[in-house]
Design a protein around this ligand. Structure first.
Ligand SMILES: [Zn+2]
Length: 432
């Protein structure tokens, strides 16, 4: 059941109007963020820009160092893919004058996934473009729109002559899309907040996250025996061997989605656990039997089962395939780099979730549907390892991780107003 709102209706109206008046500025900020091609390892300029954005809010941004040596023992840590030097997340903390309100973390990730085949995009992926009420661009929805919304929501309170009466933590992190270590470092560096709200994109309709799967990334390298194709039968083809290994996961994927194995939060989704072979590299020459092939995979983890258990499943399946007669003469190596993440639930009964639902209804007149995500977010760290109420709620997205990613601008503006009201209701307000 949604919470009941406490703010004086006149104050609520003032905040809502202030947020609505920032619509143009919100779109400008979103476009500015999309222009940063903040792929893994290239987040520097976007992080620097987030320092400016937070400073423009009147906050004092600082960097949080991600130190793998310190984090390695943490159960939420994932093995990194690359070095962290120069890619430190940005945090900024608002401290109230009078105080007495609850604290809130508003987090967002600046990293985006690769744009894929640029020639398939109608407009270039890092040149934001507005068509039919949507902004297109890589990261426009996932999740630079959410970042723009939370920044402008905070600004709306100031514009209404107010500020949160509780501590508000803002964070712009890296590696949400491959490890979650940016968020983990930030969580470890700051005081525990009373709730964490991440404006990750919705599924295409107004929704509140109630659960998410976990994810394991694994890399399998097959080494065969290279020969000239005229002697093909004496060689062992590493690429063909890799396809045998990939095929071994089909039955596993189906078994992991079996009804009796599905977490109750995923009752309405008959296929939450997906196995994706995302990358393949290997081979040297069309007329040479390839020496080596490396496949990169992403395997979902059902809440209630651990990522370590899934890692063992992967090792077992790969070992089974390696024993196939077609792989005789190969060596097979499995490595875990990137996500080693458990799934989790975000109970809709928790106070922050009920409040977001109430604020959404107050601002839009509509109701939020509950969404169990077959992908993961950084919210898991707060829920699993800090005992902090956490959830995600954000603007309408389309084609995230695909071609022509976009975010609905009407929805972005709705979310900005809802977040402004949520901050005010959660933290309380005091004069700016
Ligand atoms: Zn995201």
């Amino acid at each position: 059941m949604p919470a009941s709102l406490r703010l004086d209706p006149a104050v609520q109206r003032a905040i809502s109007q202030a947020a609505a008046s920032l619509a143009g500025e919100t779109e400008t900020l979103l476009a500015r963020l999309v222009r940063h091609r903040s792929l893994l390892g290239h987040e520097q300029s976007c992080l620097a820009d987030m320092e400016t954005v937070y400073a423009e809010l009147g906050l004092q941004p600082r960097r949080v160092v991600i130190d793998p040596a310190t984090l390695a023992a943490h159960p939420g840590f994932s093995p990194p893919l690359i070095d962290y030097a120069g890619r430190d997340p940005v945090v900024a903390v608002h401290r109230p004058a009078r105080g007495g309100g609850r604290s809130l973390m508003l987090q967002g990730h600046v990293d985006v996934v690769p744009e894929g085949a640029t020639d398939l995009w109608i407009t270039p992926p890092f040149e934001p473009s507005i068509r039919d009420g949507r902004m297109y661009g890589r990261g426009a929805a996932d999740m630079k729109a959410g970042i723009a919304a939370k920044v402008m929501a905070f600004k709306a309170l100031t514009l209404a002559g107010l500020q949160p009466a509780g501590v508000v933590q803002m964070a712009a992190v890296v590696e949400e899309e491959c490890t979650g270590n940016g968020a983990l470092a930030v969580m470890q560096a700051l005081d525990k907040p009373d709730a964490c709200l991440i404006p990750e994109p919705g599924p295409g309709y107004p929704a509140l996250y109630v659960a998410e799967v976990g994810v394991v990334w694994a890399w399998v390298t097959v080494t065969g025996r290279p020969v000239h194709v005229r002697d093909m039968r004496s060689g062992v083809n590493a690429i063909e061997a890799a396809t045998v290994i990939a095929a071994a996961f089909k039955g596993y994927e189906e078994a992991m989605n079996a009804g009796e194995r599905r977490h109750p939060a995923f009752a309405a989704d008959n296929h939450p656990i997906n196995v994706n072979f995302g990358t393949i590299e290997g081979g040297e020459w069309n007329s040479s039997v390839p020496t080596r092939a490396r496949i990169g995979m992403r395997v979902g983890v059902m809440p209630g089962h651990s990522c370590r258990e899934v890692a063992r499943d992967i090792e077992r399946l790969v070992a089974g395939a390696a024993a196939d007669p077609r792989l005789r003469g190969t060596t097979v190596k499995t490595e875990f780099k990137g996500f080693m993440a458990d799934g989790c639930v975000f109970p809709p009964e928790q106070a922050i979730s009920r409040l977001v639902e109430a604020c959404h209804t107050a601002e839009t007149g509509g109701e939020l549907r509950h969404y169990a995500a077959a992908g993961l977010t950084d919210a898991r760290h707060y829920a699993l390892y800090q005992g902090t109420e956490a959830t995600c709620y954000g603007p309408d997205s389309d084609s995230i991780h695909g071609i022509d990613e976009s975010v609905g601008l009407a929805s972005l503006h709705d979310v900005t107003r809802v977040l402004a009201l949520t901050i005010a209701e959660w933290c309380g307000v005091e004069p700016a």
